[in-house]
Write a protein that binds this ligand. Sequence first.
Ligand code: OAD
Length: 256
Amino acid sequence: MTPQAEAPTIPQGLIEKLRAAKRVAVLTGAGASAESGVPTFREAQTGLWAEHRPEDLATPQAFEKNPGRVWEWYEWRRSLIRDVTPNEGHYALARMEKLLAGQKANLTLITQNVDGLHQQAGSQNVLELHGNIQRTKCAQCGNVATHWEKSTSLPQCEQNNCEGLLRPDVVWFGESLPLNVLRQAIATAQGCDIFFSIGTSVLVQPAASLPAMALEAKATVVEINPNPTPITERVTYALEGLSGDILPRLVARIWD
Ligand code: OAD
């Protein structure tokens, strides 16, 4: 990416559409947290999957085989996430939700991220498609608990003397997404006027189908990403750049 490409102009047509919008949907991926210092998954060199094989760390089979190794990796990610803060892009989305509410419109934020940074920045209407890394879930009884703190041994479920092993409450490869959350995300994509796809490679299903659903429902679809994705050619506006740069400028152009 050239330095000039980092600051695309905000199209006038988009500004007018946002001023008139009643229902705004936003899908975010790892790129939305990149400027906070959280690594993405698929970027060459820096992505988590460039260094590790997902099947060794992010599948139920991997946990069954070696829960200690899986926990070690998740504990590293959890400590990394605990130490970072939301970036300007997160704050702009939280601000956009409030400003839209002021014009009797709503914003639903659908995120594939498990880091909780959108909520930390003040977003309220958030659908977590892939869970949350700070929560745990019992691999045996499914009971969800919050904020397990690091311990030396493998954490166990304390619900009704279950004693099953606790795992991170995130969606692993080969697992289904929480059905209720997925249903709400689909309804949001199909019922919005404007759909933003931000910082995602749009490769992992079923989240990757949401922008196409919005396009089919005749929504204006906006992509914010420094790199092209499978949907770049099809969207209404492709804004090539960083979410931490583009989103605050977009919000300022409309509401300041
Ligand atoms: P990826 O790592 O696949 O894609 C990150 C995207 O963010 C890329 O398209 C980058 O170009 C873009 N990007 C990087 N920095 C950016 C920035 N500052 N602003 C805007 N965009 C930027 O991450 P996801 O699409 O989120 O699933 O991956 C989807 C899922 O695959 C994840 O939720 C995770 C992973 O395996 C599970 O763990 C179930």
